[in-house]
Design a protein around this ligand. Structure first.
Ligand code: SF4
Length: 191
């Protein structure tokens, strides 16, 4: 096995263990904590039940059960979209933010902050690896809005080139199910 693959396997096991510990502390299942963590980072096109299913590669039925538990525990709200009849947006409550305050991802952030020189190269390499694997598995990439091929700026304002809608500053830092790789798009235009 490639040493990098081994490292990724070890990291993955460590993250899984941390997610299990986080979940147990709050009387939740690991998937519940993962869904909260996803929704904290998802933009308005992606805080939908179907996007949760796509992100984790699980069925809508499993997502629905998890959302019911999170709603019952006061961690999640369902809000109807004012412009699209049946669309429901999922938003986190203050109680959910507290659950995430000490989540495993904060511990990784702390370690990464201690290695500023390596961080950028690591992020780029991991993004390439993730995009490659998602391509092999036929999954959506879910990248950060600001790094999307459709991201447009007009002076201080930002807009989505795919939908034409304006993007608030906070939305541009979140992840999106419609994200498109700018490098792939450039390569396709050259062909
Ligand atoms: S610019 Fe890309 S990532 Fe941002 S909202 Fe539009 S499609 Fe999503």
């Amino acid at each position: 096995m490639n040493p990098t693959t081994l490292l990724l396997e070890r990291l993955s096991a460590l993250v899984h263990q941390s997610v299990r510990d986080d979940a147990a502390r709050h009387g939740l299942q690991p998937i519940h904590v993962q869904v909260l963590s996803y929704l904290a980072r998802a933009n308005d096109y992606s805080n939908l039940p179907i996007a949760v299913a796509e992100y984790f590669g699980i069925t809508r039925g499993t997502v629905s059960q998890s959302l019911n538990v999170l709603e019952r525990k006061g961690l999640l709200l369902r809000e109807a979209d004012p412009h699209h009849g049946k669309r429901i947006h999922l938003t986190l409550t203050a109680a959910a933010a507290k659950v995430l305050e000490q989540a495993w991802s904060r511990r990784i952030d702390t370690v990464l902050e201690s290695m500023p020189r390596e961080r950028e190269a690591l992020e780029s390499a991991l993004r390439g690896l993730l995009t490659g694997l998602q391509g092999l598995n036929g999954q959506r990439a879910f990248g950060v809005c600001r790094q999307c091929a459709h991201f447009l700026t007009e002076g201080d304002a930002a807009r989505c080139g795919l939908t034409g809608q304006p993007l608030g500053a906070a939305q541009t830092m979140k992840i999106c199910r419609e994200w498109t790789d700018p490098i792939e798009t450039c390569a396709m235009k050259r062909e």
